[in-house]
Design a protein around this ligand. Sequence first.
Ligand code: FES
Length: 87
Amino acid sequence: SFEVKLARSEKVVLVPKDMTVIEALAAVGVYIPTSCEQGVCGTCLTRVLEGIPDHRDVYLTAEEQVKNDQFTPCCSRSKSPMLILDI
Ligand code: FES
């Protein structure tokens, strides 16, 4: 598990192993628009301010992924204990 912090509200949300970031946020009333939920379409793309995403999408290019400044919360996770998101 890891945590995501929402930069604008300073809300910190735990993302358990068996939930996606999208699901964990929805459980506390924060909704990010999604479409494919499989890392293909990019609809859920969210800016990352701090932390290292564990990219599991096929939407971002390898070059975009290594920048670690955005990720797809429908399927991607975190390599660092916390991701700070620009939402
Ligand atoms: Fe399609 Fe996340 S909803 S990439």
